[in-house]
Design a protein around this ligand. Sequence first.
Ligand SMILES: NC(=O)c1ccc[n+]([C@@H]2O[C@H](COP(=O)([O-])OP(=O)(O)OC[C@H]3O[C@@H](n4cnc5c(N)ncnc54)[C@H](O)[C@@H]3O)[C@@H](O)[C@H]2O)c1
Length: 364
Amino acid sequence: MNKRMNVGIIGCGNISRAYVTGCRLFDAIELTSCADLRMEAAEAMAKECDLKAMTVEELLASPDLDIIINLTIPAVHAEVTNRILESGKHAYSEKPLGLTVAEGRTILETAAKKNLRVGCAPDTFLGAGLQTCRKLIDDGSIGKVIGGTAMMLGAGPEGWHPNPGFFYKVGGGPMFDMGPYYITALIHLLGPVKSVSAVTLKSSETRIATSEARNGEVLPVEVSTHYTGNLAFKSGPVITMVISFDVQAHHHKPIEIYGTEGSLTVPDPNSFGGPVELSRKGSGTWESQTLTHPYESNSRGAGVADMAEAIIKGVPHRCSGQLAFHVLEVMETFEVSSREGRTIELSGIGNQPDALEPGKPASR
Ligand SMILES: NC(=O)c1ccc[n+]([C@@H]2O[C@H](COP(=O)([O-])OP(=O)(O)OC[C@H]3O[C@@H](n4cnc5c(N)ncnc54)[C@H](O)[C@@H]3O)[C@@H](O)[C@H]2O)c1
């Protein structure tokens, strides 16, 4: 490839350094600049990572930039992504795309109006583990897929996080924090979701922080903390999902997929690597699978590079706004389905992203 896209970052917090390292793995993008509401955060990152620090307004107005990555907090994702698009640049956001389906829809409309791309995390499904699983399913290794489970089960972040309060406010909870990894991985493996049938609950009105920094602090709970549901996929299978901050211990794998000819265990979708295990019909044993694709370690930025290459070639990108919108719709529908006590059909926006070729990096 003989062209590169220039990239800037808005939001110089915790996750930003992983993006700096990740973006530098890919030839399709050149990370040049950064901005933050807090100028001191932008300046510290610029110094540490050899970037140019700007105000948010300067970055948005910069004529040299093609793509801006939005690494701000979820509450302002939609606002910042819309500003990036309105400034005439392609936007790539951390997850979730927005806090509501209505916010997500506005972003897709702005991108269409401006004829610009919008992309969104997670990009972990471009990694070695989830691409290997996709190939095994597409190659028919477990036959026709019938069902499976997706389990993100934990005791909540108040035991370790230095500032856990926001996890229990609107826009937080286990679904909006961790759901995007699991739902995106499932859509990558099985295609779009047709309908959601769910029951959710809030286990208590308050939680008590036990992390060192906040020990004893009472945290008001505004969101559900235990989400259970069934996702019916257009391609046929039904996946049973539990996403919870109310589980002290368990034995489940993150994702298992069951087919007519065998079963597959899928690695943690919040990581790029394995392990991947397959049990063939009647064997009674699990075989560890050799990973067929690159990127086993943290390569955040792969989705941005894939989008840049897709823009240059004029083809669809994989971590698309439509995919992130579909994920947002599934997450929001868990609450609606539980409240209304019925199965809910989804809008139909969002396709299965194309698989990567074995051995071929996401973008070079
Ligand atoms: N921290 C992680 O391990 C992690 C992992 C995966 C994804 N994420 C996601 O990445 C995003 C950022 O997370 P983080 O942990 O880096 O958060 P953070 O709070 O550490 O950093 C966010 C930064 O955005 C800036 N900011 C907030 N509002 C802004 C605005 N309107 N304009 C410009 N700057 C603004 C803040 O000043 C801060 O520096 C979140 O969406 C989060 O869900 C984080």
